[in-house]
Write a protein that binds this ligand. Structure first.
Ligand code: TPP
Ligand code: MG
Length: 647
């Protein structure tokens, strides 16, 4: 109440309504140690109803997390504080994930619970044995992502996942009945959950329900009937308690209702000491865990530390180099989705922490490699997840896995359905998590499935999103390089991969990872340089053909392959100048919309008069890929003509 009042901004109602539930959870059940907030075997607590951030901040402060000081609480929602409007991962220890977009935390938690099971299968149920608790609101349960997350968790029987639903019957617009009449208990039960309804203000009931949940063999929903804004005389049980300061008189009234005689931000020593006592339970559990860890061989302990730290194995680089050498020698014509499978086939054996999957497009995304095994109820050592047709929950679960640590998730769908995963992908970016999105069927090149399946604007949308590396490799060599970068970078990566076959353009092996520079000169002009042809992915081969056409006329053309704009933009000026010198005409080629290309065509020493683009300016069509490229004028002839016209 007081922090929201001080900020004159925030959500007091949910923290007040769920304080009883959260107190019992933290006081008697949650396994955590503020002195070692990153302890790998801690329970995970996810505040999916992120608007109730002050509840989490309050708990972290009271239980003694060193970086959640009283000053932070007082600085709620101010620039530079750890106490942002919604909990932000990385701001303070104990914030396990960034929440605020409703439903995401719930789906993150599913991934965390899966990661726990995977790690337990790998390192043993003594070294890895923790639960994932979620507080979710009505909004979380209304969001579509929740249906995907709930049914996935139900199918996987994630028994260590416990959701506490703040069943207060209120959302922003008023009573929940204005917009919803779902029987949530029946809904969860039908998805394979254990469910129970309790009075969320009855300490004994809360405690008993948590004890019951911990013994369940299925994921558990506890519907906690609560009063939003508990105790506020005019605002309790109304939407007015949701997202605005209560005001002096309701705050005074609530103090009276609680019998609380202390001023704002004043915590009596006895109460503080009592809260600190909860930490002792965690410290003891951690000491015991340290013993279990110590029972592993030194090598196993080192491996545990490596995967928890998110470090790729030393062998990865040599593995990628060997694959590149082989591809450059054999020069196959290959779809990059297939090239990605080849890369995974050598990566997965040397990187046992990978967990792959697909949203029901395994055979199309080429995400399953031999020997991975299926992650399932009776085979948690399997490393491949059948996510079902649940792109959004897949992405959010992968965030949860990455946040949990110890595993390296990747998952596939058609690139067009990035839209369905977007809410979670944006959070991968905000949180800087190592999540790899295997997005195949990346253009009209997919052919006859037609415009509903042909992305045209998705590259632009992904490139517009800060902190995502968007890779569009041109062949199997670039694909292998992209994988290496994706698995060694603390940021999400999107691999935009073709359905159609592409020739090998990197025919000369080099140990250097050229993709790591974002763009590079693939083929130098033979004659005096008059044109620079810039292309990504499947259009690099077209650029090479166009180059041949121009060179045949005595006009030199350089081909620049640009597999990752973000990495190129991060290179120093001198390198970018070497790749894109002034003078020559420039043609950009990409089977997608132009948005974003002008930086490379007209910026970076280019000029409008000498710039052209060959690509898409609308949606695609249903026809064989080759015909579509001709129909939309994405051909070597068109590129050469545009270059000539500019000269
Ligand atoms: C995806 C998404 N849509 C909309 C919002 C805006 N929003 C924040 S809280 C809220 C109402 C949530 O209701 P409920 O979960 O019942 O929270 P309560 O009011 O009970 O605290 C809405 C619509 C959001 N944060 N995320
Ligand atoms: Mg509500």
């Amino acid at each position: 109440m007081d922090a929201v009042e001080a900020a004159q901004s925030g959500h007091p109602g949910m923290p007040m309504g769920m304080a009883d539930v959260a107190t019992v959870l933290f006081d008697s059940h949650l396994k955590f140690d503020p002195a070692a907030p990153d302890w790998p075997d801690r329970d995970r607590f996810v505040l999916s109803a992120g608007h109730g951030s002050m509840l989490l901040y309050g708990l972290l402060h009271l239980t003694g997390y060193p970086d959640m000081t009283l000053d932070e609480i007082k600085n709620f929602r101010q620039l530079g504080s750890r106490t942002a409007g919604h909990p932000e991962y990385g701001h303070a220890k104990g914030i396990e994930t960034t929440t605020g977009p409703l439903g995401q935390g719930l789906a993150n938690a599913v991934g965390m619970a899966m990661a726990e099971q995977s790690m337990a299968a790998r390192f043993g149920p003594k070294v890895v044995d923790h639960r994932t608790y979620v507080i979710a609101g009505d909004g979380c349960l209304m969001e579509g992502i929740s249906q995907e997350a709930i049914t996935l968790a139900g199918r996987q029987q994630l028994s260590k996942l416990i959701v506490l639903w703040d069943d207060n019957g209120i959302s922003i617009d008023g009573k929940l009945s204005l917009s919803d009449a779902t029987d949530q208990l029946a809904r969860f039960a039908s998805a394979g959950w254990e469910v129970r309804a309790i009075d969320g203000h009855d300490v004994a009931e809360i405690d008993a329900a948590l004890g019951w949940a911990m013994a369940n063999k299925r994921p558990t929903l506890i519907a906690c009937k609560t009063h939003i804004g508990l105790g506020a005389p005019t605002k309790q049980d109304t939407a007015k308690a949701h997202g605005a300061p209560l005001g002096a008189s309701d705050i005074a009234g609530a103090r009276a209702a609680y019998g609380w005689e202390h001023g704002p931000f004043e915590i009596p020593e006895a109460i503080r000491a009592d809260w600190r006592g909860t930490a002792a339970r965690g410290a003891a559990a951690r000491a015991e865990w340290q013993g279990w860890l110590g029972n592993l061989s030194n090598a196993r302990q080192a491996e545990f530390a490596r995967v928890v730290a998110g470090k790729a194995p030393k062998k990865l680089a040599a593995t990628i180099r060997a694959l590149k050498r082989q591809v450059s020698a054999e020069r196959p014509t290959l779809a990059t989705r297939k090239a990605s499978e080849m890369a995974l086939a050598v990566i997965n054996p040397v990187m046992p922490e990978t967990i792959g999957g697909s949203a029901d497009l395994t055979g199309s995304n080429n995400t399953l490699t031999p020997g991975l095994g299926i992650f399932d109820v009776d085979s948690r050592d399997g490393r491949y997840v059948y996510y079902g047709i649940r792109e959004h929950a897949m992405a959010a679960a992968m965030n949860g896995m990455a946040l949990h640590g110890g595993v390296a998730p990747y998952g596939g769908t058609f690139m067009c359905f990035t839209d369905y995963a977007r809410g979670a992908m944006r959070l991968s970016a905000i949180m800087g998590q190592r999540v790899v999105y295997v997005m195949t069927h990346d253009s009209i090149g997919l052919g006859q499935d037609g415009p509903t399946h042909q992305p045209v604007e998705h590259l632009a949308m992904l490139r517009a999103t800060p902190n995502i590396n968007v890779f569009r490799p041109a062949d199997a060599v670039e694909t292998a390089e992209a994988w290496e970068i994706a698995l060694t970078t603390r940021a999400p990566s999107v691999l935009a991969l073709t359905r159609q076959g592409l020739p090998t353009v990197r025919t000369k092996h080099t140990n250097l990872n050229l993709t790591s520079r974002g763009a590079y000169v693939l083929a130098e002009a033979d004659h005096k340089r008059r044109a620079i042809l810039l292309a990504t992915g499947s259009e690099v081969a077209i650029a090479m053909e166009a180059k041949a056409l121009l060179e045949a006329k005595g006009l030199g053309a350089r081909v620049v392959s640009m597999p990752c704009w973000e990495l190129f933009a991060a290179q120093d000026e001198a390198y970018r100048r070497r790749v894109l010198p002034a003078g020559a005409v420039r043609v950009g080629i990409e089977a997608a919309v132009r948005q974003g290309w002008d930086r490379w065509l007209m910026g970076e020493r280019g000029t409008e008069k000498k710039a052209a683009f060959v690509g898409m300016d609308g949606f695609g069509a249903s026809a064989p890929a080759g015909e579509l490229y001709k129909h939309f004028g994405i051909t070597a002839e068109a590129v050469a003509e545009k270059a000539l016209a500019l000269m």
